[in-house]
Write a protein that binds this ligand. Structure first.
Ligand SMILES: [Fe+2]
Ligand SMILES: [Fe+2]
Length: 177
């Protein structure tokens, strides 16, 4: 197994771990009856699995070996919704750093197909970080105001909470397969 294949396999852990953590977050939020935040995190959990699937498909198509990682049990409690989204933001930053390391490896070995595959992930991480940053800032603004928190939850339920971020990210759209 070459270095890059090894590194892509190692990266799968970040995607699966994020999926698992986001699922745990979705459960915690649902337990708090924050249905909007909960469904958003469930959607994010499913999305992370599709990211892993995208890399797995790449490895198989290139006739490279896939080694699925062991996933650790995720955290199950957070001090507040704000703390939870701080963690989401940190995790997305970690995933971005990992993607950037893969990109450097692909470039160092002049692996054009790997770079092309990773281009999608670079754009996706810009979107993911922008979303996490926006939610985090909204929650800072809401502070201890329950009405503001419930309003944001309602916006997630209606699918409008991130409309502004999505509109400004159109140039980086990764929605198409
Ligand atoms: Fe991801
Ligand atoms: Fe992500």
């Amino acid at each position: 197994m070459n270095n890059l294949t090894q590194a892509i396999n190692a990266h799968l852990e970040s995607e699966f771990q994020a999926s698992h953590s986001y699922l745990a977050m979705s459960i915690w939020l649902r337990e708090k009856d924050l249905a909007g935040f909960s469904s958003y995190m469930l959607e994010k959990s499913n999305e992370e699995r599709t990211h892993a699937a995208r890399m797995i498909a790449y490895l198989v198509d290139c006739d490279e070996e896939v080694v699925l990682p062991t996933i650790q049990a995720p955290e199950r409690h957070w001090e507040s919704v704000q703390h939870l989204f701080d963690r989401v933001y940190d995790m997305e930053k970690e995933v971005t750093a990992s993607i950037n390391r893969l990109y450097s490896l692909a470039e160092a070995s002049s692996d054009r197909s790997a770079s092309a595959m990773l281009d999608w992930f670079v754009a996706e991480q810009i979107k993911e970080e922008a979303e996490a940053r926006f939610v985090r800032k909204r929650l800072r603004l809401a502070g201890d105001n329950a009405a503001a928190l419930l309003l944001l939850d309602q916006q997630f339920l209606e699918g409008t909470a991130l409309a502004h971020v999505k509109a400004t990210m159109l140039g980086f759209s990764t929605d198409q397969p």
